[in-house]
Structures are given as C-alpha cells and as structure tokens.
Ligand binder design. Sequence first.
Ligand SMILES: NCc1[nH]cc(CCC(=O)O)c1CC(=O)O
Length: 376
Amino acid sequence: MSESTAPTTTPTAGGKVYRIGTRSSRLAMIQTNIVRDALVALNPTATFEITSMKTMGDKDKVTALHSFGAKSLWTLELEALLLEKEVDLIVHSLKDMPTQLPPGCIIGSILEREDPRDALIMKAGSPHKSLDDLPPGSVIGTSSVRRGAQILKRYPHLKLENARGNVDTRLRKLDDPESPYSCIILAAAGLIRMGLQDRITAYLSSPTLLHAVGQGAIGVEIRSEDPEVSELVKPLTHVPTYLCALSERQLMRTLEGGCSVPIGVETKFLVDDGEKGNRIHMKASVSSVDGTQSVEIEDVLALDDEESGLKLSVTRAEDVGRLMAARMLEQGAGNILNTILRSKDTGPQAAKVAEKETEVEEAMRKLVEKQEASEQ
Ligand SMILES: NCc1[nH]cc(CCC(=O)O)c1CC(=O)O
C-alpha cells in the first residue's frame, strides 16, 4: 500500500469471484474465514473462494526454525500462486510474513490485532501456574529463539527444548505424559482464535518477554499491480494496528533480522489527545540466543508529520521503527545479531533447507520475470 497516510475505509462494489490463498492449518483457516466474512459483509454480491495449501514450513516439521534462513518458509509457495494469478489475495499471520516481500507483492491490509502477548500453557494436570513456580531444570517447549533467549535471561535455571508443529500438534506434544515439557509458550492470539484460551495459565509481556514483530495481527497480501483488490481489502485495515505493525516491521527490516533472530517488540498506539498528537509507544529488544546479552530500548515517538501537517503518516510510522533500530545498533545490537548470523546452523539439515528455499526462490524469480515480460 503506497499511501502517504493510513488508508480510509470505503466499501467496494462486489459482484465478482475472488480467490483467497492460505495455509491449511486450523489457525490459518480460522484467520482466513475472519477475512472472508469481513469481505462478504462489505461486498455481499461477490463470491470468495478459499485455496489452501501446505507450505515449506508446514511440510518440514523436524528442522528447527533457526535452521531456516529467510522467513519465507510460511509464504513463498502462496506468493507464487498470487503472482501466477491463481489467487487474488493471501491471508497470513503477519508475524510469518518476511519484512521484504517478493517483487510484485505488497501488504494490502492489516486487520485489528488480537492480544499480541505470548501465553504460557502448562502440561495438563500440572500444579504450576507461572514460570516463577517451576522447579529448576523444568523444560519449556518452544521453537522460537526470541522466546527462548528472553526466558533464559530471567530464568537461567530452566531448560529449553524445541517444540515444532502447528498449535494443535504442540499442545498434543505438551500433554503427552512421555514428553519432557513442563510447559510451552505460544501466541495468545492463536489460542484465542482457536477457542483454546482456557489453556492459558499466564500471559507473558515486558519486561519478561517482548512479543514477535507483527504477532497477533492478520496480514492480507496482494499483487502490487492490482488496484481492484487493493480497494477491496483496504476497508479491512485497522489503522492503529496497521501503523504499529509497519513500525515494528521497519525495526526488524533495519536490524536485518528474521524469524530466527531474537527481536522482541511491544507497541502501543497513543491517540491524539489534543496536545501531543498521535504517537507510538515502542519497546524493543535484541538478545543473544543464550540470553546473556541484550539491548533494550523504549520511547514514545510522533506519528503526525508536523512539517506537512499529515496525520497518521505511514512514513512516520516506518521512521519510528528505523530510528529505534538505529539507536539499538548504536547500543551494540549489531554485534549480537552478527554473532547469531555467523553461528547459523550449517549442518546437512540447514543445507537441505537452503537448497529447498533456493529452489522455491528460483521458481519465484522466473514467475516475476514472466509476469514482467507479459506486462511489456
Ligand atoms: N508460525 C507460528 C505462528 N504464526 C502465527 C501464530 C499465532 C498467531 C499470531 O501470532 O498472529 C503462530 C503460533 C505461535 O506463535 O504461537
């Protein structure tokens, strides 16, 4: 979306068939139905068909997430369908969308955020309710280096074990009496949308755990050269979520992080109170994988452009992320990130994953070339 201000919401005329692409996990389908229901309400004469598929990240449930390079493991095959015009829009968990999208793809809308916090779920029947009351040596199941690094910083007496798979799979692994896990950490948003909020024993937020960039938000990806679908999805955008998410994504883009780098954020939209204008309150952290080193930062920055008088500026939102990232790099975040990137898993599994990503990215590059040739 290229607006210099946050999008307005005007219903779009319907009467056509639109195809929505999505992953096939239960959570992805729930999120896709949220988007479809909102589109149907705004365009009652239009038809919306859903195309679901398993992506690289869904198929390979074994490789640890940090072994995957780019964050494209949840999105690339769907973006190929988008560029091939097999689908007209894709519904993603925003946190799974790389901060750099393939040429020809843009974010068309970001819906109102569900609770962005992380949530603690104890093994069924556990007497424990919080991280504080877990005995030393208790095992926390998470595949997220972001979650693991921050937890180890505050709870060095606890242990981490990988726990991959979709939400249902991870809960099943947790409750298996044979599994080593005392608890797992998941996004509250996924649990709430799946009707599993009763499993949450504690919510985790700053200073213990800053959530992932884009966590809790639903992103709708479209083709950059598709004004009709751009107008179709624009009314779904929730402006405070949109601007906060853009600032978070720009922070990660500037730090050149990805899903396998421990970057945590918390943002809050502060509405114009007649004196201070619209602002974003951002907290952000970068941690070493073992939690022994971290850079943490917090500030409240303006969203209205004083020079031009523009309110709710998209550019200002991204400037917030860029400025906060620059400050973190000045405070040593770059050294932490470089150490992590140098230590990326170079084992045979990582090589296999890199080969698969290259294969899919090569297919994507050919698609983009074909599309550009057809438009000349
Ligand atoms: N690929 C993991 C993923 N992507 C989106 C969600 C939950 C929904 C959200 O945060 O928006 C999850 C599960 C989790 O982190 O617990």
